[in-house]
Design a protein around this ligand. Structure first.
Ligand code: SF4
Ligand code: FES
Length: 258
C-alpha cells in the first residue's frame, strides 16, 4: 500500500504544532497501525529527520498507552479496537490518513502524538487504597459474589485508561473513565468499606482537573476500545449523590448496588 500520512508534529508543549505530510510506501495490509508508524520512523531516521513521537507499550490492547485521533476518530475506524490493534487492512491503497494527538484541555501535548494523561492517574490516586485483610491468600470462592455483580465489575475493570473517552467527548469529560474505575470496586464486596468516600474523592479530583462535564452524548462508549457502557456513569452518579447527602460516618459500607 501507498499512503499519505498527514501527521501532527509539535516539538514541545509550549511550541506551536502543525500537520505535516509524509508518504508511506510498501506498507503491508497485515501491519498494525503502530508497525506502519515504525516503518515511517525508520525511514525518517535513515534520512536524518526526527521520528514521529507516539506512545505505546504492550501493543496488545492491554496497557492503554497508545491512542491517537485517526481521521478524526479516537483509535481509528475499527470498533472496540485500540490503536495498537488496528490493522492497515482497515485502509485502502492511496488513502490519506490524518493522525493527531488526543484533543482535550486536560491532556496537554508533550510532543507530536504524545499527550500527558497524568490527570487520569491523579483521579485513580484520589480513590485511595481499599481495606483488605493481610495474611495468606484466601481460598477461591471464599467470598460469594453474585455472577451478575462479578460480570459487571469485570466489564468495568476492562478499562485500560487510554483516554479515548475524553478525546471523543465533545465536552472533554472523563466521566466514563472515572465511573469505570469507581464501579469495578464498588460492585464487589471487597470494595464496600470505602465505596462512597471513594466516589466523592474521585469525582472531586475529576472536577479539579481540566475535564468538562458529562451531558451524556454517548460518544465515549462508541470510542472505548473496551466497550465500557455509559451505564457505569449512572452508577457513579448514584454513589456520588448518596455520598454527598450522607454524613462522613455513613459514607462507609454500601452493601449491594443500592
Ligand atoms: S473508559 Fe474506555 S475509552 Fe475511557 S479510558 Fe477506559 S478504556 Fe479508554
Ligand atoms: S500499546 Fe498497550 S494498549 Fe495499545
Amino acid at each position: 500500500m501507498k499512503l499519505t500520512l498527514r501527521v501532527w508534529r509539535q516539538p514541545g508543549p509550549s511550541v506551536a504544532g502543525g500537520l505535516k505530510d509524509y508518504t508511506a510506501t510498501d506498507i503491508s495490509p497485515d501491519m498494525s497501525f503502530l508497525e506502519m508508524l515504525d516503518v515511517v520512523n525508520e525511514r525518517l531516521i535513515e534520512s536524518g529527520d526526527i521520528p514521529i513521537a507516539f506512545d505505546h507499550d504492550c501493543r496488545e490492547g492491554i496497557c492503554g498507552a497508545c491512542g491517537m485521533m485517526i481521521n478524526g476518530v479516537a483509535h481509528g475506524p475499527s470498533r472496540a479496537t485500540a490503536t495498537c490493534q488496528l490493522h492497515m487492512r482497515s485502509f485502502k491503497d492511496g488513502d490519506t490518513i490524518v493522525i493527531e494527538p488526543w484533543r482535550a484541555r486536560a491532556f496537554p501535548v508533550i510532543r507530536d502524538l504524545v499527550v500527558n494523561r497524568g490527570a487520569l492517574d491523579r483521579i485513580i490516586q484520589a480513590g485511595g487504597y481499599i481495606t483488605a485483610p493481610t495474611g495468606g491468600a484466601k481460598d477461591a470462592n471464599n467470598i460469594p459474589i453474585p455472577k451478575q455483580d462479578a460480570d459487571a465489575a469485570m466489564d468495568a475493570a476492562a478499562c485500560i485508561g487510554c483516554g479515548a473517552c475524553v478525546a471523543a467527548c465533545p465536552n472533554g469529560s472523563a466521566s466514563l473513565f472515572t465511573a469505570a474505575k469507581i464501579s469495578h470496586l464498588g460492585l464487589l464486596p471487597q470494595g464496600q468499606p470505602e465505596r462512597f468516600r471513594r466516589a466523592l474523592k474521585m469525582v472531586a479530583q475529576m472536577d479539579l482537573e481540566s475535564f468538562g462535564g458529562c451531558t451524556l452524548f454517548g460518544e465515549c462508549q462508541e470510542a472505548c476500545p473496551k466497550e465500557i457502557s455509559i451505564d457505569v456513569i449512572s452508577r457513579m452518579n448514584r454513589d456520588f449523590l448518596r455520598a454527598a447527602v450522607s454524613s462522613p460516618a455513613e459514607q462507609t459500607g454500601g452493601g449491594g448496588d443500592g
